[in-house]
Write a protein of this length. Structure first.
Length: 282
């Protein structure tokens, strides 16, 4: 049973996951190597709860409990939790360094999951002392609103760990689907043609971003690919495409977009940087 959740990484995804867990009654510890970022995330989450209270979507009592449930910690050794959700940069070496430090500070019964959207769970587990306590738990952005969570099962992930993660997802109001460790898991793999075909049209000068998004919205999609990747983060989406491209022996259908790559190189990462395909007010 999960009573205390640790979240490593106070970026958009980590903060969203922490908000969900605390709001659903779990004691939640938020950590980032940049302590200032963690405290800023905490302040932003509290503002979100105040806004939800003002709109009548949360009561003052619910907000007070959520605030009490969420705490920032400044050291990885303070992340003593039944479950750690890792949501840091998509680099295996940095993730594995964090895992080693967390394992030293926690019991052998504690669970560790990665929010990675594309990295292999088996590769990430390779340096763990207890790889059988590890799995993927892939939330979608924005975590407080998106219901789906992918439980990604590695070769050494036992059934009881999967059952505990299913129970955890249900407790925080999410719908869990289970998938074996595979490049892109379910959603990112199936969704890749949506992005690659759309961005190929941009690369060839067939259409402009605003027209592309408008066409797909009016065809029934909730968001077009340009505005959606601006929300996700151009760097994150581009990295997922690149990972699938390499995993599938550079299959043409997963070829990364030059237009998107140019945005990433220029630091135009979408809403979080103030500009991507579109400009955003800071």
């Amino acid at each position: 049973m999960v009573y205390t959740v640790g979240v490593a990484g106070a970026g958009t995804m980590g903060a969203g996951i922490a908000q969900v867990c605390a709001q659903q009654g779990l004691r939640t510890l938020l950590y980032d190597v940049n302590t200032g970022l963690a405290h800023q995330a905490l302040a932003n989450i509290r503002k979100t709860w105040e806004t939800l209270e003002a709109k009548g979507k949360l009561t003052s009592e619910q907000v007070a409990r959520a605030v009490d449930n969420l705490q920032v910690v400044s050291q990885i050794q303070q992340l003593k939790s039944d479950l750690l959700v890792e949501a840091i940069v998509e680099r295996p070496d940095i993730k594995q360094e964090l895992y080693r430090a967390w394992e030293e500070a926690n019991s052998e019964e504690a669970l560790l999951v990665s929010n990675t959207s594309s990295l292999s769970i088996d590769v990430l587990a390779a340096t763990l002392r207890h790889p059988q306590r590890f799995a993927g738990l892939h939330f979608f952005n924005p975590a407080p609103l998106m219901k789906l969570v992918e439980i990604v099962v590695g070769r050494k992930t036992p059934g009881e760990v999967v059952a505990t993660l299913k129970n955890f997802c249900e407790r925080i109001g999410k719908v869990a689907v289970v998938v074996k460790d595979s490049p892109g898991f379910i959603v990112n793999r199936v969704a890749r043609p949506f992005y690659t075909e759309a961005f190929d049209m941009l690369d060839r000068g067939v259409v402009l971003p605003a027209a592309l998004d408008a066409a797909l919205r009016n065809a029934g999609f909730k968001m077009g690919p340009c505005e959606l990747t601006d929300l996700i983060g151009q760097d994150i989406n581009y990295a997922v495409t690149g990972g699938l491209y390499e995993s599938f022996d550079r299959a043409e259908r997963f070829t990364p977009s030059e237009a998107q790559g140019r945005l990433v190189r220029e630091g135009k990462l979408g809403k979080k940087s103030g500009e991507g395909f579109y400009a955003y007010a800071k």
